[in-house]
Design a binder for this molecule. Structure first.
Ligand code: NAD
Ligand code: ZN
Ligand code: ZN
Length: 349
């Protein structure tokens, strides 16, 4: 089969011929309907060396950590699914046995090195005709949703959902949530905020006007260009108090600088973007009792909730499909800010 692979640091990915994997005991082979291109892949392709040490990488490996498809073949002893079932793949593969894994939070697996997702270094991902999934507990039935479109639910939506849910108690009437970066994740975050809290004022902040227009179509009350004027506008609209939740989906110094000026006392400043910026913390800043957190992905039960939101039509993904042969081009476009929503690779289309 063909696979779009990471072959070298600071080099673009490459289309290569690889064998179709054979599912071993308990494993499942999934025929890929769609594999999303996440900005995190650009961070990884651009790294000089792996952040977690070279032992966290098996090079080459197939990219694609946001996957959906159909069950193709069950390994010996794997049960609960049948060939042809439409499924979405939970990405952060943990040990299944530590406390966090048993609670469904395999994103925070406590074994040394944490979870080992497919497509992020150690195991092959879904930008290929088939993906080997290590256990059936990583599959969530897609119900009425089409795997060709649904893949972004398992990262763009799940990550945003998890990041928002921890701040749910802050999002009552009169509250304000600011989403910095209205790309793949941001567009999901806006719709999730709207679905979970009808009364929250949602403000989208981006450097691109077209993204702000999309953000407004997806439920944002206001769209602001990134910078000092956005800080002033948000502080004015909250009568100088700031926003209950500031979700930074970029995470570079300028966005963190903005975030800390628009978060309120007792608020949440949540850094999801891997931009690598830093935020000085002392008694005077961030605002008093404002919590700063950097959530990673989400839990299996949360993925089930996200799929429910998708099935209910509460979150719609703006998908741009690309055949496997054009995966490299999709990443170029993503890098240049030219993907409107989420690029999804469709190896079997
Ligand atoms: P994307 O490229 O689709 O969207 C990024 C958006 O940010 C674009 O709309 C862009 O115009 C905007 N942007 C860029 N610079 C900006 C600035 N200075 N101010 C405001 N907006 C700006 O990317 P994505 O796939 O949505 O990913 C977003 C980030 O989230 C990436 O850093 C990615 O690595 C990270 N991520 C983190 C997790 C996690 O678990 N924490 C999971 C998935 C993705
Ligand atoms: Zn991702
Ligand atoms: Zn574990």
């Amino acid at each position: 089969m063909k696979a779009f692979q990471f072959v070298e640091f600071q080099k673009p990915g490459k289309l290569r011929e690889v064998p179709v994997p054979e599912p071993g005991p308990g494993q499942v082979l999934v025929k890929i309907g769609g594999a999303g291109a996440c900005h995190s892949d650009l961070h990884i392709l651009g790294m000089e060396k792996p952040a977690g040490g070279i032992e966290s990488f098996k090079i080459p490996f197939t990219l694609g950590h946001e996957n959906a498809g159909w069950v193709e073949k069950l390994g010996p002893g794997a049960t609960g699914f049948a060939p042809g079932d439409p499924v979405i793949v939970y990405g952060p593969w943990g040990c299944g046995l530590c406390m966090n894994c048993r609670l469904g939070m395999e994103n925070y697996c406590q074994r040394p090195g944490g979870p080992t997702p497919g497509g992020l270094g150690k195991y092959d991902g879904g930008m290929a005709n088939y993906l080997l999934v290590p256990a059936t507990r990583f599959l969530v039935p897609l119900g009425t949703l089409d795997p060709v479109d649904a893949a972004p639910l398992t990262d763009a939506a799940l990550t945003s959902y998890h990041a928002i849910k921890r701040s749910y108690h802050l999002l009552g009437p009169g509250s304000t949530a600011v989403v910095i970066g209205a790309g793949g994740l941001g567009q999901m975050a806006i719709q999730i905020l709207r679905a979970l809290s009808a009364s929250t004022r949602i403000v989208a902040v981006d450097t691109a006007m077209d993204k702000l227009e999309i953000a407004k179509r997806m439920g944002a009350d206001e769209g602001l260009l990134s910078g000092d004027k956005a800080v002033k506008r948000i502080n004015d609209m909250t009568r100088g108090h700031g926003a209950e939740l500031v979700l930074d989906l970029v995470g570079i110094n300028p966005t963190l600088q903005m975030a800390v000026q628009i978060a309120r006392v007792l608020g949440h400043l949540t850094i999801v973007g891997l931009g690598g910026g830093t935020l000085p913390v002392n008694f005077f800043s961030p605002p008093h009792e404002c919590s700063v957190a950097s959530p990673f992905w989400g839990s299996i039960p949360e993925l089930m909730e996200v799929v429910s939101l998708g099935e209910a039509g509460k979150i719609k993904i703006l998908v741009e499909h690309f055949p496997l042969e054009r995966a490299g081009e999709a990443y170029h476009l993503l890098h240049d800010g030219k993907i409107q929503g989420r690029a999804v690779i469709t190896p079997n289309a």
